[in-house]
Design a protein around this ligand. Structure first.
Ligand code: GLA
Length: 373
C-alpha cells in the first residue's frame, strides 16, 4: 500500500567530550537528548512541488524537485540539502508537503540543524519507501550541510541524532564508524547545560578554517610520518617531535585534536568505572584546550566555566559543540543545582546583560518514525 503521510522525529544531542575530533577521524562521546525535531510529510499529488512550513518560525517555502539551489541562509538550505542528497543517492521522490517543528534551541550547540535534517530524511525515506539504511541517512544529512549549508561538519551530530539510545552515551570511532553504547548513570550528579544565548557570527567561517588547519597539519606531518592519513594516526610524542617543522598555529590546532582523542578514551573508561571526578577533570582539560589551543571558545563560555572553579559540587565544565557560543555542559551535584543556577544567572546578567538558560537534559532515543498513514 502506498503511504500517504509519515511523521518522524530526530533528536538534538549533547557531547560529553571529543570536540572537533570527528572530522579528524577521531573519537567522540555524544548522546541524544529529549529535545527534538518532528516532521510530518504527506504526498500532495503533484509530481515535483515541495512545500515546507517551519511551524516555530511561521515561515514557509516552496520549490520544485527538478530545479532548486541553495539560498542566502536559514533553514531552507537544510531542508533542500536533505532532499538533494536523497535524490543524489537515487531516491525517487514526488511532490510533498512538509510541516516541521522542534524544541532544540537554535544556535545552542545542541544540533538543532542535525535534528531537522534527520527528521526530514527519516520521514521522506519512509513515505517514499526509499529503503535507505540509517548510515545512508546520517551521511546524506551530513552531506546536506556540506553542499547546501556550506559547513564542512563531521559526522557526530547526525550520528547522535539518529543512533541515540535512552540513558546511553555512544563512543564513536569516526574512522571505522564502529560505535558502542555506554550507560550514563552519574549517581548523585547530573548533566546541566547552560545556554549563553549567544551565537557569534564567526561560528561557520571559523569552523571551516579550523578544519583546513587540521588538513594542513596532516599534509606537513605526512612529510615526516609518511603513513599518516589523518591526525588520528599521530601520537602526541610524534607531534612534539615534529614541533619545529610546523607553524605554531598549526601545531596548536593539532595538539588539541590529538590530546582530545586521548581524553575521549580516558573519559569513556572513567564513565565505565564510575569515576566521575576523573571524568570531570578531563572535561575541564577539554575546555582549556578548546579555549587556548583550538581557540573556538568565547568570553561568555569562558565566564561560565570559570564560575564553576571554586565549586566542589561541580566536577567538570566545558563548552560544547562547535564553539563561539551555545552551551556549556556541566557535571553537577543534584542537590546544589537550583542554587547554582540562580546565582549564575544573576552574575551572567550583570556581566553580559543577557539571560542564561539552563537545561537539565535527559538522554533519550534518537530518530524514529512516529506515525504512518
Ligand atoms: C559541530 C559539527 C560537528 C563537530 C562539532 C565539534 O557540532 O557539526 O561535526 O565537529 O561541531 O566537535
Amino acid at each position: 500500500m502506498l503511504l500517504q503521510q509519515v511523521t518522524a522525529q530526530a533528536a538534538g544531542r549533547i557531547n560529553l567530550i571529543g570536540e572537533h575530533t570527528d572530522y579528524n577521524k577521531g573519537f567522540v562521546l555524544p548522546a541524544a537528548i529529549d529535545k527534538r525535531s518532528i516532521a510530518t510529510i504527506k504526498r500532495n499529488g503533484t509530481t515535483s512541488t515541495c512545500r515546507f512550513i517551519a511551524q516555530n518560525l511561521k515561515e514557509s517555502y516552496e520549490f520544485d524537485l527538478s530545479n532548486f539551489n541553495p539560498v542566502d541562509d536559514g533553514w531552507r538550505n537544510y531542508v533542500m540539502g536533505v532532499v538533494h542528497e536523497l535524490q543524489a543517492l537515487g531516491g525517487n521522490l514526488a511532490g510533498f508537503d512538509c510541516s516541521f517543528e522542534g524544541n532544540v534551541p537554535i544556535g545552542g550547540g545542541m544540533s538543532s540543524s542535525a535534528a531537522l535534517e534527520c527528521s526530514i530524511a527519516f520521514a521522506l525515506n519512509k513515505l517514499f519507501a526509499l529503503e535507505f539504511d540509517e548510515w545512508q541517512i546520517i551521511r546524506a544529512a551530513q552531506a546536506a550541510e556540506h553542499n547546501f549549508v556550506g559547513i564542512k561538519c563531521g559526522i557526530m551530530d547526525q550520528f547522535a541524532s539518529v543512533k541515540g539510545k535512552e540513558n546511553h552515551a555512544m563512543l564513536l570511532d569516526c574512522e571505522s564508524l564502529d560505535f558502542q553504547y555506554f550507560p550514563i548513570d552519574l549517581g548523585n550528579y547530573q548533566l546541566l547545560l547552560l545556554n549563553t544565548n549567544v551565537s557569534h557570527s564567526l561560528a561557520s567561517s571559523e569552523y571551516n578554517t579550523r578544519r583546513a588547519a587540521c588538513e594542513e597539519g596532516v599534509q606537513l606531518l605526512q612529510k615526516i610520518y609518511p603513513t599518516t592519513k589523518s591526525l588520528r594516526d599521530i601520537t602526541i610524542q610524534q607531534l612534539t617531535q615534529a614541533k619545529e617543522k610546523l607553524p605554531p598555529l598549526i601545531f596548536k590546532r593539532c595538539n588539541h585534536v590529538i590530546l582530545e582523542n586521548d581524553r575521549v578514551q580516558l573519559a569513556t573508561k572513567a564513565l565505565q568505572d564510575g569515576d566521575f571526578t576523573k571524568l570531570g577533570k578531563l572535561i575541564y582539560q577539554s575546555h582549556f584546550s578548546l579555549q587556548h589551543d583550538y581557540e573556538v571558545s568565547c568570553p561568555e563560555l569562558d565566564f561560565l566555566v570559570q564560575q564553576t572553579f571554586d565549586k566542589s559540587f561541580i566536577l567538570g565544565s566545558r563548552m560544547m559543540g562547535g564553539g563561539f557560543g551555545g552551551c556549556t555542559i556541566n557535571i553537577i551535584d543534584k542537590e546544589q543545582t537550583d542554587d547554582f543556577i540562580t546565582q549564575t544567572q544573576a552574575l551572567y546578567q550583570t556581566t553580559f546583560g543577557l539571560d542564561l538558560t539552563p537545561y537539565l537534559v535527559s538522554i533519550e532515543d534518537g530518530a524514529k518514525v512516529l506515525d504512518v498513514r
